[in-house]
Structures are given as C-alpha cells and as structure tokens.
Write a protein that binds this ligand. Structure first.
Ligand code: GLC
Length: 426
C-alpha cells in the first residue's frame, strides 16, 4: 500500500525533479459543475489547496445538464486527452467511465474511505477499483411555500393527490388575488437525465418499481407506473406551466424563487439559494420528502450526487488524487453544506450542529437521504445512459400528450428488454 507522501517530502521531490533546481509546481485542471453556487464553492476549495501545496489549478466549467456533461466527458476521455485531470462525475456514471479512471486506492490510505456512506463507496467501486470519492450526495425533495400554505390553511402534502389539490386551490386563489403568473407545481420535465430522476420518483412513490429490478429484469410496464405517469400528465397545463416540459433544475428554481410557484421538486442545493439575502422567498420555504403515490405507495426521493475522479490520462495522477482527497474531506464537505446546502457524503456531518442549524431538513429527512431510490445504473452498467435516454424520451412524450402512458410504457418495456438481451446487462 502506498501512502501519501507527507507534504514536505512531496515538495522536496518537486525540487529535485525540477530541471533548474527550482520548485516546479504542477498545473492541474478540474471540471466542476456550475449549478447555483457550485462553481464558486469549487473554486474556493481548489484555491485553498493550491495555496497550501504551491500548485496551480485551472477550473473548467462544464454544462449544467448531466446528460450534456456526460457527452462531453465521453469525447474527452475517448481521445485520451490529458486536458482534464479531475472530473466531477455523476453517481450514475462510475460503471461506464471506470475504464478511463484511476484506481484511487493506490494513493489514499486504506482507512480514507471509512468516513463516507458505505453505499456510495460501493457505488464508486467498479470491479474492485475505487474509481471516485463521493463529493456530495443528493436526493430529490419537495419544497413548499410555508406562508402560502398557512394563508390557505393547507397542510404539507403526504400524497400526490393532496399536492395536486392544494396546488390547484392556492394557484387559483393567488391568481384571483392578483398574480396571474402563479403556478401550483414546478419540476424538471425537459428531456434529459433530470426527468429520469423526477419520473423515477413518481413511479417509485406509487410502488411501481425502479424500471429494472435487482435481477436485471425490466419492470417498467406495470399498472402502478402507468397510474404515476397519468397523474403527472394531468399536471401539465393545470398546476404546472406547459413550459415545464423545458425546465431543468435552475429553471424550476427560477420560477419558485421569484415567488411564482407553491411547490417545487428539486435537489437540496435550492435551499441555500432560496434563503439567500436577495431571495424574495427567504424564510418562507418548507422542505419535505417527495409525496407518496397513494395509501399503498410511499414517500421517496431519487438518489443523486457527484463524485470526484482522476482521469487515467492525467499526467499528475498522484497530485490529482491529493486534491480529490482534500476536496472530499470532512472540512470541505462541511463548508459546502453550510454555504450551499450540498448534502455531505459523510454520515457524521448529519450530526454536526452547525450543519443542522444551517439546513434543518438534513436532520428531519435523514432517512429519506439514507434510503433514496437509486436509478438502475449499477445493473445496466455501461448501458445505463441508453436506458435513461429511452426512459426520459418516453416520459417526455407522455407528458406532452403525444402518447398515452400505457402504450408508451409497453413499448419502452420491449425496447429495454431488447437492449438487455433478455436480462443479461453485461
Ligand atoms: C443532480 C443529481 C444528479 C442527477 C442530476 C439530473 O445533479 O445530483 O445525480 O443526475 O441532478 O439532472
């Protein structure tokens, strides 16, 4: 096992290998997301490490959409380019990107993975290789306007039917009271990975499974999944604007944060921004789990989150691994939780008083985070991106009224079964 060299030894090494005998610092590059305050927080973390170690780091912005970012990474990695040393990768990508990533276990101490949620470490371990470290986790949550629910004597909804009724009642009353732009519910329904996350929540909350089961069998065509999509279809143009068919996370947040929606499905990052000094809805936001489909369904939340990985084509893998270790550390994850309500990937931080004071629902929704429903990326392996695309295109067609839920899911079932070669995904 190779442990990290103490920092002074690393510096000494750099001096010795430097051609002129002077310290030759390396320049690394890291790709970071830029949703909300992500970019600023990434930059701050990276700069602190650069200052400590005397190296330089270029921060490269990538598209907000997980789908587009994936396409970009595939291009960069397929060309074996050394342009990006550290990649911020989605929780659903380790299986696909593993061949291009460094095994981090050779650079970090054996115990270094112990602080993280074991399920995330398992997710980031592919064929025995630790291909990434968890940076922040995620689960879909339901945001609501506390002030509006109070004004109309409504309770936070436990089921989708309650949400639908409350959203419609408050939306119509607020429109009458003078806000024609008011909507009941906003979420992510553009054709991209975000819609896979939202629609998986609808289906799971109805007890309709997770598209593919643990044995690899495609399960998406079932009456509960059909009922879930039918209900979601009924929201479009009623409690949700038709424009939602083009919304990603930031567009939904824009509507909710400007005060024009009663409910919003989003990830936890929207909490810090919604409560920022300049936010019109500061102090007026409640957060609960995504509602249950009905009395035999359950509340839920799709598992999301981002990891940091080192490219196999990096010219400085050991140094890059050190930056990954630094950025995923307890202190950094705490800073990000406080400043941006990013869910730590470290369970101990959910017992940290500062964190719980800044983001109270990290405490009240802990079990939702712990039991968040995973997209079928582990079982589908490198075919996951195609599974997800088939799914979100199908759901998008249903929501836009192009096809009814039942025949759409029957066709999807056939397509995915064909793709799986009879349940053998690998
Ligand atoms: C969030 C999640 C990520 C998911 C994406 C979809 O960034 O953390 O896992 O794929 O949203 O839009």
């Amino acid at each position: 096992m190779k442990l990290f060299l103490p920092r002074f030894l690393t510096m000494l090494l750099l001096i010795l290998v430097g051609s002129s005998g002077a310290v030759r610092a390396a320049t690394l590059s890291i790709s970071c997301g830029a949703v909300g305050v992500e970019m600023r927080l990434c930059r701050q973390g990276v700069e602190a490490w650069a200052k400590q170690t005397g190296n330089q780091v270029k921060v490269v912005a990538t598209p907000n959409s997980s789908t587009e970012r994936f396409a970009l990474y595939q291009q960069i990695l397929a060309s074996h380019s050394s342009d990006i040393d550290i990649l911020q990768i989605d929780v659903v990508w380790p299986g696909t990107l593993a061949p291009h990533l460094v095994d981090l276990s050779q650079y970090i101490g054996k115990d270094a993975t112990k602080q993280f949620f074991p399920a995330l470490i398992a997710n980031d371990t592919v064929n025995g290789k630790l291909v990434a470290l968890p940076w922040f986790t995620n689960a879909g949550v339901l945001y609501y306007r506390k002030d509006l629910l109070k004004k109309y004597h409504a309770q936070p909804p436990a089921t989708w039917q309650q949400l639908t009724d409350t959203a419609r009642r408050i939306q119509n009353a607020e429109r009458k009271a003078g806000n024609p732009r008011m909507y009941g519910f906003v979420f992510q329904a553009k054709g991209y990975e975000g819609l896979t996350c939202d629609a998986l929540e609808w289906i799971d909350s109805f007890g309709g499974g997770t598209l593919i089961d643990a044995d690899g069998k495609v399960t998406v065509d079932n009456p509960r999944a059909v009922a879930a999509l039918q209900l979601a279809r009924s929201w479009i143009g009623d409690i949700a604007p038709r424009g939602v068919l083009n919304y990603d996370e930031e567009e939904s947040r824009g509507v909710f944060q400007s005060g024009n929606a009663v409910f919003m499905r989003n990830w936890p990052y929207a909490w810090a921004l919604g409560n920022a000094k300049d936010s019109p809805i500061r102090g007026k936001i409640g957060v609960i789990a995504v509602p249950a489909g009905g009395t035999d369904g359950h509340q839920t939340g799709t598992l999301g989150g981002w990891q940091l990985a080192v490219s196999r084509y990096s010219q400085h893998p050991e140094l890059a691994a050190d930056l990954v270790r630094y950025l995923t550390s307890y202190a950094e994850q705490k800073r990000r939780a406080l400043a941006g309500s990013y869910n730590p990937a470290i369970p101990a931080l959910y017992r940290d008083h500062d964190v719980l004071a800044a983001v109270p629902f990290f405490g009240t929704l802990y079990t939702t985070f712990e039991h968040a429903v995973a997209r079928p990326s582990r079982i589908a392996g490198s075919k996951y991106a195609r599974v997800s695309a088939e799914f979100y295109y199908t759901v998008h067609d249903v929501l836009s009224g192009k096809i009814a839920a039942a025949p759409a899911l029957a066709t999807l079932q056939q397509k995915l079964t064909r793709l799986s070669r009879g349940g053998q995904w690998r």
